[in-house]
Design a protein around this ligand. Sequence first.
Ligand code: PAF
Length: 282
Amino acid sequence: MKVIENPLEIYSQLRFARAEGQSVGLVPTMGALHEGHYSLVRRSVEDCDLTVATIFVNPSQFGPKEDFSRYPRTIEADLAGLKAAGTDFVFIPKNEDIYRDQHSTWVQPGDVSLPLEGQFRAGHYRGVATIVLKLFNIIPASVAFFGRKDFQQLQVIRHMVEDLNVPIRIEGCETIREADGLAMSSRNRYLSAEERVRATSLSRALKQVHQAYANGETSIERLESMMKQTLEQAPVTSIDYARVVDGSSLTDISIADESSHALIAVRIGATRLIDNMPLVCT
Ligand code: PAF
């Protein structure tokens, strides 16, 4: 496994591989890796000739009151895990090679970035879209793998790739969960033992609406209040949203159908957690 810091160096190595006909899979990460990330890497290793993971804690996607400086940095363990999962290249750029002093160009994502996270994390998806497009430019990959755990992020990236004609395929991969249903996340390590138990309410609430829809419930109001009740009983500290929306545009709907998607964001103590589930699993 080769670890590369320099954008031009990784670009030229992979450009050469692509010119020779090799497929390149990309797994962008911010480090603090867990089984969810390694499952993306293993998927890439299975599907592609070469697999590149990136580790960069992207400052532009954190708000001023968010956890950029305390975001977990576990580089030694990450590298060991990436090697074990079969990664060929790891790109770990320096901040100054990504955001030069005069940096002034941003990708402003469209409507799909506005509801849900967009209401609570202003500028977050602008930072995500900008870094992801930069990574796509630096790493000439044929396909990029993202977890469905950040479902809105996946939709923002899909829209960006289509809108800007970026020549890459986007694969959305299944959310990896702990045995008790908690979606894996780098932020789970912030939870105390007691908060960790309360955090299982997110997946419980999602499974509940999934089941209710399967039993014939299509009222958005009733599905959403079911989720809120389960979260409040946990109790979570606060609910940012617990919504059932259109699974493609993430806009409001009046009646649930097979393309609807349930999404939750809550705070448990000081930790913000998100999770989501389609009403019908495909
Ligand atoms: O999902 C993440 O870890 C980040 O948002 C990403 C896609 C690596 C961009 O920094």
